[in-house]
Design a protein around this ligand. Sequence first.
Ligand SMILES: O=C(O)CCC(=O)N[C@@H](CCC(=O)O)C(=O)O
Ligand SMILES: [Zn+2]
Length: 340
Amino acid sequence: MIADWLDLTLEGHASARGMGRIPGGRYEIVAPGVLEITPDVTGPKARPCVISAGIHGNETAPIELLGELIAGLESGHLIVGAPLLLILGNLPAIRSGERFITTNLNRLFKRAEASVTGNDCPSDDEPARARQLMAAVDTFYARFPLAEGTRRLHYDMHTAIRDSLYPRFAVVPFSDGDAISASQWPILSAAGIQAVLHQHQHSWTFSHYSRHYHDADAFTLELGQVRPFGANDMAALAPMKALLAALATGTAPAEADPEAIDYFTVEVELMRQSADFTLCFSEDVANFTAFAPGSVVAEDAAAGPCIIGDTPLRVVFPNAKVEIGARAALLLAESSTPTD
Ligand SMILES: O=C(O)CCC(=O)N[C@@H](CCC(=O)O)C(=O)O
Ligand SMILES: [Zn+2]
């Protein structure tokens, strides 16, 4: 029973391997917390989809969404019609309700460097998990060749630490390859995504991995704010749930006006460079808050002040407590188009 797989995985009792049937297809547990589902017959809009949650252990709404998807597939309410790789990311962190145990898993998705010795990580837990997940994604995408004119897909679902002027938004990882398929914007709009920000440089996140190495349409999706299990506003995520159902059944997702989304590009990736680092605004400043030219947004003993230049910029993911050398905030400019 794959619904049990989710519970047992979260409780730490799941077997590492196992396989069986669900209505319309079969499943295989290919690694702890990694479930591959293969349809008997692919639907008209099928594309190989990686859907991941819990890369940060305290971000529970995406795990609830994944659970609802699996329950629908197992009960036959949804008939699987596309190859799926469903992933629960950082299992020890999910069990302890922490963002991570030793180091941020979502910065380690870089080939041949996940065992990085240079990141001062005292344990191999998260680097080992990154290697395992990269291998699972590689195997999955290799197993299912693409139909003519289709792209691979990866939605890596998260929730944000802070409140946000746009509660649901997508991060588009940087790529020097093909642009994201234009068809994604109306689909994300219908799924309730309100803003999109395009990264301007490599970031070695999980979604970046699928885009950079596999040319997938790949996104980090921020779906509300961090809450404990049971305290999430799942009603606000009903359109996202419907999108996941369409992907899983290989049917056409709903579409809405892509101009309902506001688009941004990253201008500055603010890094914490010293132990003596502070953000010059309060904890309750929401994601996407704009700072006027001349505003000092951070002070760093090594790098000096970070001052907004000639145009206003919006702040996203501000976090003064990140490891030294890690990203402490993104500063965004408004953009008129969704292309990257
Ligand atoms: O709210 C925050 O400060 C962090 C929320 C979060 O985990 N965001 C992802 C974004 C990944 C990306 O840039 O694509 C992260 O920081 O890993
Ligand atoms: Zn996250």
